[in-house]
Design a binder for this molecule. Structure first.
Ligand code: TEU
Ligand code: CA
Length: 560
C-alpha cells in the first residue's frame, strides 16, 4: 500500500443500473427514475457504494439511450429532471454515490447539433461531425459499423457521407474540432455542478480517429475492420488530458472509460496513476473470443469461455497494472450475456454455487468491482425462439446481414448464438418477485421477462439466508472491512491448473489465499491443508481435506 494512492472509488463497489429494465413506476412497461428511487433501500441493503446509470438523457432510443438528442434533458420514458434530482438526493442520503453514463463519441442524429450540421456544408455545425466525399461512387472507405453494414451514411442534401461507428442514427462527433470539445466539457461541468459523482465514458477510446481514414483489414463478411483506425487514436490521450484539466480535476469523481480495443500499454495511459486522465478503464479481452468462446462470425458464437484462458487474461491485467494503473473488475454488463450462463453453469443444480464462485473469484481481485443489475440474484440468459424475441438493434442488424443477406449463418445457429451472447440476455426486466412481470411493471414489459422469474427473484433471495444476494452482500462487507482485498498485492497460484483459479493477496504481513473450482467435479487442492487460517468466505458450509468440491470457492486469511 506504500506506493498505492488511496481513493474512495478504489474502495467502492459499483452497481450498474440499466434504467429501462430496472423498475417501472407508472405502469407503461418501461423502467424509470422514480422506480430506481423506490429501490434505493434494496441497494443500500446490498451494500453497494455507487450506482452507475446507463444513459437517461433525451433520446429516440435507437440504441436504448446510447443515442442522445439532448444531454441536458431526461428521456421522456424515464421521467423528469425533478425525478432525477429526487433520485440523486435519495441516493446521497442513503450514502450511495451516482455516476452518469457519458456518451460523447457520438450523438443521436436527432440532436440539434446534427440537425444543423446536415443542413449545408457551410453550416456552423458542419464540422461537429465527420463528413467525407464518396469514393468511386461509394463510401469513403471500407469500414463496417459495429452494428453491421457500412460505417458511412450518404446524405443527399449535401452529397457527402457521415461516419457512424455504430448505428446510422449515431453520427460520430468530430473531436478534432475544438468547438466540440468546448460543448462537451461545458455539458460535463453542468452535470458535475448538479452534484453527480462521476462518469462512465462510453467508447471513449474511439474519440480520436486516424485522420487519413484508411481502409481497414478486410473481415470474413467482406467489410473493413475500423477498430485499428478508431480505437486508441493519435490524439485520444491529448483530449482526455484536456478533459481532465478543464473538468474532471475540479471535482472528486469516479471516472471509468469503456475502452474497446484497449491494450495494457494503452490502459497505463488512460488510467495513469498520476490522475491526469481517468481513474480506470473497462478492458474487453476476458469477454472477447480470446477467452476460448471462439467466433462463428464477428462476436457471434455458441462457445463458452475456457477458464485457463480467462485466468491468463485477468492475471495479466492484475500483474501488469500493479502499482501503475487501477483495474476495473466485471463479468457482466448491459452488453454482455449473464455471467452465470456464460462463465458459470446456469442449470438448476449448479446455478447458485457457480454464481457465488464467480463472484468470489472476481471480488477478491485487485481493482474496483462492478455488479450488473440482477447479477446479485444469479439471473440467467433467456431463450430466443425467433427474431421477434429480439429488441436490440445489434442482434437485428446482424440477423439481417448474416442470415438473410449473406447467408453465412443459419437461422437455427444464429438463435443459438443469441442464446449464448446476445445483449438482450442482460436487458430482460429485473426480477423483483414472483408476481406478474416479476414485479417490474404492472403493465406490459417493453421486453419479455425471463420465465424463470418465479424461482429467481429478489423477494425469494431476501428470504433465503443462503441466497446469492446475501453472498454478494458479504463480499461487499469483506471488501470494506479488509484493506488487503482493496490494496493487497496480487500473486497468481496454480497457474497450470485446468480447473482451479487460485491467487493470493498480501498486505501488511497478512496473506489472503483464494481458490475457485470452475468445474462441476471434485478436484484435488492442498492449498488450505497446512495452514487453515481464518476463513473469510466460502460457498460451502464445510470442506473436504485436499479437495475442492464442485464450484467451491474458499477465501482464507493467514499471517504471511
Ligand atoms: O458499447 C461499445 C462496445 O464496445 C459495444 O459495441 C460492445 O463491444 C458490443 O455491444 C458487444 O456486443 C457501448 C455501449 O456499452 C453499448 O451499449 C452501445 O450500444 C455502444 O457503446 C454505442 O454507444
Ligand atoms: Ca415507466
Amino acid at each position: 500500500m506504500a506506493n498505492e494512492q488511496k481513493a474512495w472509488w478504489k474502495e467502492a463497489v459499483i452497481y450498474q443500473i440499466y434504467p429501462r429494465s430496472f423498475q417501472d413506476s407508472n405502469g407503461d412497461g418501461i423502467g424509470d427514475l422514480a422506480g430506481i428511487t423506490h429501490r434505493i433501500p434494496y441497494l443500500r441493503k446490498l451494500g453497494v457504494n455507487v450506482i452507475w446509470l446507463s444513459p437517461i438523457y433525451q433520446s429516440p432510443n435507437d440504441d436504448n439511450g446510447y443515442d442522445i438528442s439532448d444531454y441536458r434533458a431526461i428521456m421522456d420514458d424515464f421521467g423528469t429532471m425533478e425525478d432525477f434530482d429526487t433520485l440523486l438526493k435519495t441516493a446521497h442520503e442513503a450514502g450511495i454515490k451516482l455516476v452518469m453514463d457519458l456518451v460523447v463519441n457520438h450523438t443521436s442524429d436527432e440532436h440539434a447539433w446534427f440537425v444543423e450540421s446536415r443542413k449545408s456544408r457551410e453550416n456552423p455545425y458542419r464540422d461537429f461531425y465527420i463528413w467525407k466525399d464518396g469514393r468511386n461512387g461509394g463510401a469513403p472507405n471500407n469500414w463496417e459499423s459495429y452494428f453491421s453494414g457500412p460505417a458511412w451514411q450518404y446524405d443527399e442534401a449535401t452529397d457527402q457521407y457521415y461516419l457512424h461507428c455504430f448505428s446510422k442514427k449515431q453520427p460520430d462527433l468530430n473531436w478534432e474540432n475544438p468547438k466540440v470539445r468546448d460543448a462537451v466539457f461545458d455539458m460535463m461541468t453542468w452535470w458535475c455542478e448538479k452534484g453527480i459523482d462521476g462518469f462512465r465514458m462510453d467508447v471513449i477510446s474511439m474519440i480520436s480517429k486516424d485522420q487519413s481514414f484508411p481502409d481497414g483489414p478486410v473481415k470474413a463478411d467482406g467489410y473493413g475492420d475500423l477498430s485499428p483506425h478508431v480505437c486508441n487514436g493519435p490524439r485520444v490521450h491529448e483530449y482526455l488530458q484536456e478533459m481532465n484539466r478543464r473538468v474532471l480535476s475540479h471535482y472528486d469523481l469516479l471516472t471509468v472509460g469503456e475502452a474497446a480495443g484497449v491494450t495494457i500499454d494503452e490502459a497505463k495511459k488512460y488510467a495513469r496513476s498520476d490522475g491526469k486522465e481517468l481513474g480506470m478503464v473497462f478492458q474487453f479481452e476476458h469477454v472477447g473470443p480470446e477467452n476460448g468462446k471462439g467466433s462463428i462470425i464477428d462476436k457471434w458464437t455458441t462457445g463458452k469461455p475456457q477458464m485457463p484462458k480467462v485466468r491468463a487474461i485477468l492475471n495479466k491485467w492484475q500483474r501488469e497494472l500493479e502499482g501503475k494503473a487501477w483495474n476495473s473488475l466485471y463479468l457482466d454488463n448491459h452488453d454482455q450475456p449473464r455471467c452465470v450462463s456464460m462463465f458459470g453453469n446456469d442449470s438448476p443444480k449448479w446455478r447458485v454455487l457457480s454464481a457465488k464462485m464467480l463472484a468470489t473469484c472476481l471480488h477478491m481481485q485487485k481493482g474496483t468491482p462492478y455488479i450488473y443489475q440482477g447479477e446479485e440474484l444469479g439471473m440467467t440468459n433467456m431463450k430466443f425462439h425467433s427474431l421477434a424475441d429480439c429488441q436490440d438493434l445489434e442482434e437485428i442488424n446482424a440477423w439481417h446481414q448474416y442470415v438473410d443477406e449473406q447467408k453465412k449463418v443459419s437461422a437455427e445457429t444464429m438463435l443459438q448464438c443469441f442464446d449464448t451472447v446476445a445483449r438482450d440476455n442482460a436487458r430482460t426486466p429485473m426480477q423483483w418477485d414472483a408476481s406478474a412481470s416479476a414485479g417490474f411493471t404492472t403493465g406490459r414489459p417493453w421486453l419479455a421477462v425471463n420465465p424463470n422469474y418465479t424461482e429467481i427473484n429478489a423477494e425469494a433471495a431476501l428470504k433465503d439466508p443462503d441466497s446469492t444476494f446475501y453472498y454478494y452482500q458479504k463480499l461487499i462487507r469483506l471488501r470494506h472491512a479488509h484493506p488487503i482485498i482493496v490494496y493487497g498485492t496480487f500473486e497468481p497460484l496454480l497457474e497450470d491448473s485446468e480447473t482451479i483459479y487460485a491467487f493470493a493477496r498480501e498486505l501488511d504481513g497478512k496473506r489472503l489465499t483464494v481458490a475457485c473450482n470452475w468445474t462441476e467435479h471434485e478436484v484435488p487442492c492442498s492449498l488450505f491443508d497446512e495452514n487453515p487460517g481464518e476463513e473469510l468466505i466460502s460457498n460451502y458450509p464445510s470442506h473436504k481435506a485436499g479437495i475442492l468440491q464442485p464450484y467451491e470457492a474458499r477465501v482464507v486469511l493467514t499471517d504471511k
